[in-house]
Write a protein that binds this ligand. Structure first.
Ligand SMILES: [Zn+2]
Length: 268
C-alpha cells in the first residue's frame, strides 16, 4: 500500500512539473519566448538602414524617439508611415535628460541634467512627448525608455507618476526574465555595442530555452551613432529570428508589455 502512495506522489509531481513548464512556454503568444527589437534616439539610420531591414522580413520594432531630435521634424512623414506599418514610436522624452551627477557624466549639459530636474518637470516632459507622438501616429498607448537608463531624481523614481501614461518602461539593465518576473517599470534589455551576430543569436537561444523575454537595445546600425552594431551582424540576427518565427514571438515593446500587464493583473 505504502509503495502505491509513493508512486502517486511521483506521478503527481511529474504532472505538476510538466504543466508548469507548459504554462511557461505558452504565455508568449503561444511561442517559446518573446523578442523585442528596440532602437533609441531618433536617428537617420533608423529610417535608412533599420526599417528597410525589418520591413524586408516583415518584422516589427520599437523606435524610442527623442522629441527634440531634428530627425523627427525633417522626416515626419516617414515616421508616420512606419507607425502605420506596425512599428511602435516609443517615448524617449523630449530632451533626453541624463543624471549629470553620476561618475563619467561630464558630457551632460546643464539644461538636460536630470539631477537638476524636479519630478514634476520630468513627468510633464514625458507627457508632452506623448502628445507629440500621438500627433504623429494617432496612438494613445505606447512604452517609455529611460534616457541613459536613469530611473531616479534624487531619491524619487519619477516613473512612479507616469505608470498610468504608459504600457511599460524599458531600462538599460541586462537580464532575461520570465513573464512573472518582468518589472514593467524597468524592463530589462541587452544594450548592443559592437557585439557579433553569434553573441546576439546565442541570447535568443537562451531566451527560447528559458521561456523568457529578451529585449535588444540598439543605437546605430551600420553607423549613425557612436554606440553601434554592424549592418551584417544585425541582419544575421533578423534572419535567425525570421527563420524561427514559429517559435519566437517578435513584437513591438508595447504589445509585449500589454501582454505582461494582463498576465500579471490576473494575479499570476
Ligand atoms: Zn537615448
Amino acid at each position: 500500500m505504502k509503495s502505491y502512495w509513493a508512486l502517486y506522489a511521483i506521478i503527481f509531481f511529474l504532472l505538476t512539473l510538466t504543466s508548469l513548464s507548459y504554462a511557461q512556454e505558452k504565455v508568449w503568444n503561444n511561442k517559446e519566448c518573446a523578442v523585442v527589437l528596440t532602437y533609441d534616439d531618433a536617428i537617420d539610420i533608423d529610417l535608412d538602414n533599420v526599417v528597410p531591414a525589418l520591413d524586408s522580413l516583415g518584422l516589427k520594432g520599437t523606435f524610442y524617439l527623442i522629441g527634440s531630435s531634428p530627425v523627427i521634424n525633417k522626416r515626419l512623414n516617414e515616421w508616420r508611415a512606419i507607425a502605420k506599418r506596425g512599428h511602435e514610436l516609443g517615448n524617449h522624452s523630449m530632451f533626453h535628460p541624463c543624471d549629470g551627477s553620476l561618475p563619467g557624466r561630464n558630457w551632460v549639459s546643464a539644461e538636460s541634467d536630470l539631477s537638476k530636474y524636479t519630478v514634476a518637470r520630468a513627468v510633464s516632459e514625458a507627457r508632452t512627448a506623448n502628445t507629440l507622438l500621438k500627433a504623429i501616429d494617432g496612438k494613445d498607448v505606447r512604452t517609455f525608455a529611460y534616457p541613459c537608463g536613469d530611473l531616479k531624481i534624487g531619491n524619487d523614481y519619477f516613473y512612479d507618476k507616469l505608470k498610468n501614461d504608459f504600457a511599460g518602461a524599458r531600462g538599460t539593465q541586462e537580464g532575461l526574465q520570465t513573464i512573472d518576473q518582468v518589472d514593467l517599470t524597468n524592463i530589462r534589455c541587452y544594450p548592443i555595442n559592437g557585439q557579433s551576430a553569434e553573441y546576439m543569436i546565442e541570447l535568443v537561444k537562451k531566451a527560447r530555452q528559458t521561456h523568457t523575454l529578451l529585449v535588444f537595445l540598439f543605437h546605430g546600425v551600420g553607423g549613425g551613432h557612436n554606440i553601434n552594431v554592424s549592418r551584417g551582424a544585425h541582419g544575421q540576427l533578423l534572419h535567425y529570428l525570421k527563420d524561427n518565427e514559429q517559435n519566437i514571438w517578435i513584437a513591438p515593446m508595447v504589445d509585449v508589455a500589454e501582454r505582461i500587464k494582463a498576465y500579471q493583473a490576473k494575479g499570476n
